[in-house]
Design a binder for this molecule. Structure first.
Ligand code: SF4
Length: 365
């Protein structure tokens, strides 16, 4: 059995993390949601800020969605933040504002799946239920030399059954967390440090000298590519922003003008003359500048982005004629309060130096 060796190692080597020092069901839920697809070091900054702003499910359920998304800005995968808020509504409505301890009931809460239910039940309520994630599948695949494909349901089921046999009834939370820490620090995907691993004596893959042959590689997916042109349109000290629809990719986040395809500067100029209420067609009363290329990979999609920045003087822009489907003009202070997707971070960061009014100048591309 690996219990003893794993728990003894965890006692002496566990990572000190804020959500572990004062463990609560709510804090465990928030930290697990943040840690999905995000590195621990990143979450360290976000977790205390989020807990301070929303200390319990009631506070989170009553918060303005824009405020929640702003505190999530930079963590990516914003559906997690929206699910947390939906989950908070559900907890307030069905469980009187307290997370239940039963893993099955936990999974009725929006955004909580089997892994998170296992993590919350075992760590916050001491219930011996597995929390099987990619780390766990990798470790068990190596321990037992199992040729598992991590993305397949059968791999999850196989490992779940084995962890259920191993998990101690008196300390299930530490056992699950020890597996997480071992996977993050020692039994890593490419370079497992078997020489210091507490489970080395029980590890079949190590005995075979084939640690990195397990688990089997995930099948390669072809990710579709979308081309985008982003326009940061400044009018004096204000910038044009638009809120994305409440459903779909990056729902509810703010963006700059987003046009399909990668447009040349001439095409951008044509678009400006057709869609923006400006009086500068002949006079060159604005700057246009290429901000450069960027890309962002979502789980299922890649964006190739080309960015431009345009500056108009207040005198030559007729606000009242701005088509509301293009968005609204906001000040630097207002813009700083809005949540923008990480996909636009290359262009968003530049805005702090760009809120400078530029008087009449000539075109450049
Ligand atoms: S001995 Fe090596 S491969 Fe086996 S569990 Fe430990 S780190 Fe992973």
């Amino acid at each position: 059995m690996i219990q003893e060796a794993l728990l003894e190692w965890f006692d002496g080597h566990h990572r000190v993390l804020p959500w572990r020092t004062d463990r609560t069901p709510y804090g465990t839920w928030i930290s697990e949601a943040m840690l999905q697809q995000t590195r621990v070091v990143t979450v360290l900054d976000y977790y205390p800020r989020f807990l301070q702003a929303f200390p319990d499910p009631f506070a989170l359920s009553q918060a303005n969605e824009d405020t929640v998304l702003k505190l999530w800005e930079g963590l990516g995968y914003y559906s997690r933040a929206r699910n947390l808020q939906r989950g908070a509504h559900y907890i307030c409505e069905h469980f009187d504002g307290k997370l239940p301890s039963d893993p099955k009931l936990l999974q009725t809460i929006p955004g909580i799946g089997p892994y998170m239910a296992g993590a919350i039940a075992s760590q916050a309520f001491n219930i011996p239920v597995p929390a099987v994630d990619g780390n766990c599948i990798r470790i068990y695949s190596r321990l037992h030399a199992l040729p598992l494909v991590p993305t397949e349901r059968s791999a999850y089921n196989e490992v779940y059954a084995r962890v259920l046999q191993d998990i101690p009834s008196d300390n299930p939370g530490d056992f699950n967390e020890a597996l997480m820490d071992l996977g993050a620090t020692i039994c890593t995907p490419k370079s497992p440090r078997c020489e210091i691993c507490p489970l080395a004596a029980s590890c079949s893959a190590m005995l075979l000298g084939k640690q990195t042959d397990f688990p089997l590689p995930k099948p390669k997916r072809i990710i579709p590519i979308e081309e985008h042109t982003i326009l940061k349109v400044f009018v004096g000290n204000r910038v044009l922003v638009n809120k994305r629809p409440n459903k779909g990719l990056l729902a509810g986040l703010f963006e700059y003008v987003d046009l399909p395809g990668q447009l040349s500067s001439e095409e951008v100029v044509s678009w400006v003359h057709e869609h923006l209420p400006v009086q500068c067609a002949q006079d060159n009363h604005y700057d246009i500048r290429v901000l450069g290329h960027a890309h962002h990979i979502f789980t299922h999609l890649r964006w190739n982005i080309l960015g431009y920045e345009l500056h108009f003087s207040e005198d030559h822009f007729r606000d009242v004629e701005l088509n509301s489907s293009l968005g609204m003009l906001v000040s630097e202070e207002e813009c700083a309060q809005l949540a923008f997707p990480t996909a636009l971070s290359a262009y968003h960061a530049a805005s702090t130096t760009s809120f400078t009014h530029r008087p009449k100048s000539k075109n450049q591309s």
